[in-house]
Design a protein around this ligand. Sequence first.
Ligand code: FES
Length: 206
Amino acid sequence: MTRLWGIVLNWIAVGLAEDIPVGTVVPRRVDGLDLAIWRSGLGRFHAWDDRCPHRGMRLSHGFVRGEVLACVYHGWQYNLDGACDYIPAHPDLTPPKTICANTYVCETRNQALWVALGTVNGDVPDIGDRIPIRSLDISCGAPAIARYFDHPQDPLIVLRGKYDLAIALQPSTSRSCFAHVFAGAGQDKKIVSRYVEKLRDELEAA
Ligand code: FES
């Protein structure tokens, strides 16, 4: 469960769908919690604790094989429910159901990737028909960024100034966050990308 501004956040943005190709796994941090985000061979997204139930190796170091995620250390394989269904050293063994990765609800909407760390409550945030631009690492806490843009309690910031932007904040730690940026259709991606770099520099200076 993630709390910011004294409220529980239902959905946290963890990236752009296009940045996680089919068959890959990447690490993400949300409010100090390490996640492994992976995309199965059929293109489905999953968010799990980045910790193998066997001996704690990071699952984000593992590899995707079709619809399973395999740990890089001893090769234990976990199915879409997070349950271990194959142990290479004991190929004839049916692993106990208790061996299971900790999983979270993970959804995509308009090319944005969202995770619910607690009980799902409410719809995935809507960024409209904006298109993905990029993700930026910002050395600044999410609450300070939201205040800067006068969205004091909102992890989804919509700006309609020079450019039409939606910025979904992913608080990584108390002093840093990722900003996943989307822009209205028809805007030049390179120009908008440079503009948000300038915004980042201003935020970090402030
Ligand atoms: S630590 Fe993951 S399989 Fe052993």
